[in-house]
Design a binder for this molecule. Structure first.
Ligand code: XMP
Length: 513
């Protein structure tokens, strides 16, 4: 497959995925590779340009990450960001030193002035804000380079050797705080690397389908459908590619949102595939009966999912391929650090041990979430399915605090549906990253008509976030909250009080359990 490619060499910076997302947003395909990738491998990818990411090290420290110096002799444009910029400066004969005073170190939003004759800055204003995060600075720029941006503390905020197509920026163009950051990345891609911009999900769909057909031949493919966006889009892509050679086992654990299971099933009617829906609600509820501890709930659901799938897989017998909906952020993140486990996330990663298959295929392995959604649209999945907000694998089990019963799940489903309906009606859904109702295990006294009630309190949660690592609680207008509250207590038996969660993450998490 001959598509334009930008190679992003990863030096360990925290925004590296964002760089890749920005490049893709500019309609250019890119891949993130470790900085240790051998030169021959990089060149074999046929890159139109290379981006060096930021990273936590200092270029002058012993053992700091480096690239093969011959990379600079390949005639390929390079954009260095933060650490990547300093690395390029040092390797090409400049010098990088620690900033001596606090004033020369820069963190956060910084007023920056640009030389607009530089190809990187074409079409942007002369002054704007960039996001800096560096304690080192370039004392001397390498021969052939000139300084093309300045800030108060930093006499060399960006450098360029336009004849070789080499650019370095001390700030982070990939983060939203850098006002014209995406324009600068686009300028690098189109003005310097001279790409055409051939990366669209329409194109990807066609190539992916022919690649899958070629690989699978007349083989059999099995996919475990959880009903989420990723596994649904993977299933649709395979359905389009291999039709009746595909078996989808949709394990409905009975803890999805209102009507969701039926909607997922209906979306696959248009393909001639072997669609097996296992309605396992009773089975899951039985296993979960009396369980109150969140991590136990997750574990039980994860294991039971595998058990149900295994039983179905046995009925089907040996298959050639087991398909999974792994997406690019999982690929980039896998093997990255061992941060403390706050919540174990249930996915279908444990399946391979239980299925008789030859090879795994992961047709979404190269795609970011936004791209997965776009591909879903291209494949004709309904909009409401592809734009769905994130929904945790264990579903409503972690939104019913304490023990789970069918009655509680039904109550929560009704309340959650009203919340979502009113948010959409008010046009607030576009402003929110995730929003849902939680059935608390608190009961309190209320009054309805002339009678006393003693019912559940329902919590509403709505957050705004870019990455779900941190999140702010959403400022939903009071009138909208009022309408939601009135409707829920009037329409859903068993709920007599509504509270709105006003904690951010951290210290709270998005989900309650
Ligand atoms: P937390 O609650 O950790 O949520 O702040 C961050 C994001 O992760 C989702 N989440 C899960 N997703 N299995 C999943 O597949 C889980 O067990 C799980 N727990 C939380 C949550 O909905 C939010 O989008």
């Amino acid at each position: 497959m001959n598509r334009e490619n930008i190679v992003i060499l990863d030096f360990g910076g925290q925004y590296n995925q964002l760089i890749a997302r920005r490049v893709r947003e500019c309609r250019v395909y890119c891949e993130v590779k470790p900085y240790t990738t051998p030169l021959s491998e990089i060149m074999a990818m046929g890159p139109s340009g290379i981006i060096f990411t930021g990273g936590p090290a200092s270029v002058y420290a012993d053992g700091s990450p480096k690239v093969d110096p011959e990379l600079f002799d390949q005639g390929i444009p390079i954009l260095g960001i933060c650490y990547g910029c300093q690395l390029m400066a040092q390797e090409l004969g400049g010098s990088v030193v620690p900033a001596e005073s606090d004033t020369a170190r820069e963190y956060g939003k910084t007023d920056t002035v640009f030389d607009l004759s530089c190809a990187l800055f074409s079409g942007i204003p002369e002054k704007s804000i960039t996001w800096m995060s560096h304690g080192d600075y370039m004392e001397r720029v390498p021969a052939g380079f000139k300084t093309v941006a300045w800030s108060k503390a930093c006499p060399t905020a960006a450098i360029a050797d336009e004849s070789r197509g080499f650019f370095g920026v001390q700030y982070h163009p990939e983060v939203n705080h850098t006002q014209y950051g995406t324009d600068m990345i686009r300028n690098f891609l189109y003005n310097v690397c001279k790409v055409k911009g051939d990366w669209t999900m329409g194109n990807y769909k066609d190539t992916a389908i022919s690649d899958i057909r070629e690989k699978v031949g007349s083989g059999k493919v099995l996919l475990a459908l959880s009903g989420g966006v990723d596994s649904s889009v993977a299933a649709a892509l395979l359905a389009e590619a291999v039709g009746s050679q595909l078996t989808c086992v949709f394990v409905d654990h009975g803890l999805m949102r209102k009507n969701e299971g039926n909607e997922v099933e209906a979306a696959f009617k248009k393909w001639d595939i072997n669609f097996v829906r296992v309605n396992a609600e009773t089975r899951f509820l039985l296993k979960l009966a009396g369980v109150t501890e969140p991590e136990r709930k997750r574990k039980i659901i994860g294991e039971e999912f595998i058990r149900v799938f295994e039983e179905e897989a046995k009925k089907i017998g040996a298959v050639d391929y087991l398909a999974q909906g792994t997406i690019y952020p999982d690929v980039i993140e896998s093997g990255a650090g061992d941060a403390a486990v706050i919540k174990s996330h249930h996915n279908v990663g444990g399946l391979p041990d239980f299925v008789d298959f030859r090879e795994i295929i992961e047709p979404l392995r190269l795609l970011f979430k936004d791209e997965v959604r776009q591909l879903g649209r291209e494949l004709g999945l309904p909009e409401y399915l592809v734009t769905r907000q994130p929904f945790p694998g264990p579903g409503l089990a972690i939104r019913i605090l304490g023990d789970i019963t069918k009655e509680k799940a039904d109550t929560l489903r009704e309340a959650d549906a009203i919340f979502r309906e009113e948010i959409a009606k008010a046009g607030e859904d576009k402003n929110l990253s995730q929003y849902f109702a939680v059935l608390t295990n608190m009961r309190s006294v209320g009054v309805m008509g002339d009678g006393r009630t003693y019912d559940h309190a329902l919590a509403l949660r709505a957050v705004v976030t870019d990455d779900f690592m941190t999140a702010d609680w959403a400022r939903i207008p009071y009138e909208v909250l009022d309408k939601i509250s009135t409707r829920i207590v009037n329409e859903v038996p068993g709920i007599n009080r509504i509270v709105y969660d006003i904690t951010s993450k951290p210290p709270a998490t998005v989900e309650f359990e």
